[in-house]
Design a protein around this ligand. Structure first.
Ligand code: SAH
Length: 246
């Protein structure tokens, strides 16, 4: 069943009005007719099957059948701060970490990032990453689209450390495994963890020191040195595995 994220303004009671782009997709690309079923996601963790009503290439409506929690949405909140990588690698990291369950992606402008994104190009980049995250979230049955932030300096990300139960620094020179840095937190509220992964050239020593000073714990992702985008994926997957037993 095809899945579509909708905005709160698109729902009125059981009636859902798809956006013009979604109507185009439904009418022209998927060639669905009225009576066909789609799945709609409210972007806040709920999903519903919906029966298509009126369809035209610019407008489509559907009736929601029954809202329920989206099965694919993780309970734990994993925020991934990743050193900016070259074009395709960043796209890949956004797509894959969305699939494995990252809730927030913070591209980091690091001292050793090969890529620099100036303010002018940042908006276009963020829009592209958000579209990739949205498509991946629809495809993999998430209930929310991860938030992708504009590129930020490390300091701005570390300033948010207090909003997390744990801040972890993925460090290829560390031997302490990630699991050891997560004491069991039988809390009623979903755990929130911020994971910092460096760019191709790693974090500069002063960046690693700043992260530790802000309370980050260094963790290993294993005895092999991974490429940054691999480390982002492995780190996110391991975190969710330990936090949710996935
Ligand atoms: N250029 C470095 C490797 C950088 S890897 C070298 O050749 O030694 C890029 C980032 O991935 C690192 O900053 C780190 O955050 C993460 N990383 C890679 N392998 C890792 C591992 N085994 N454990 C923890 N973090 C790792």
């Amino acid at each position: 069943m095809h899945r579509f994220f909708i905005e709160p303004g698109q729902v009125c009671g059981d009636e859902v009005t798809l956006s013009p782009e979604q109507a185009h997709q439904i009418a022209r690309v998927l060639r669905l007719s009225s009576g066909a079923r789609i799945c709609i996601l409210d972007g806040r963790g709920r999903e519903s099957e919906a029966v298509l009503m009126e369809i035209s290439p610019r407008c489509a409506t559907a009736r929601a059948v029954e809202w329920r929690p989206a099965a694919g949405e993780p309970r734990a909140h994993v925020a991934l701060a990743l050193g900016l990588l070259k074009g395709e690698k960043m796209d890949w990291a956004v797509q894959k970490t969305t699939e494995v369950g990252a809730s927030e992606i913070l591209p980091l402008q690091c001292a050793r990032s090969v890529v620099r994104v100036d303010a002018e190009r940042a908006a276009g980049k963020v829009e592209r990453w958000q579209r990739i995250a949205r498509e991946a979230a629809e495809q993999c049955r998430r209930g929310r689209v991860p938030v992708v932030h504009p590129p930020l300096p490390l300091d701005s990300v570390l300033a948010r450390a207090a909003g997390f139960d744990r801040v972890l620094l993925a460090d290829e020179a560390e031997t302490v495994p990630l699991s050891a840095a997560l004491f069991p937190a039988p809390s009623a509220t979903p755990p929130r963890v911020l994971l910092l992964v460096g760019p191709e050239g790693s974090f500069a020593p002063e960046e690693a020191a700043a992260a530790r000073a802000a309370g980050a714990l260094s963790v290993s992702l294993g005895p092999r040195v991974l490429r940054a985008e691999t480390a982002a994926l492995v780190g996110t997957a391991l975190l969710l595995h330990h936090l949710e037993g996935e």
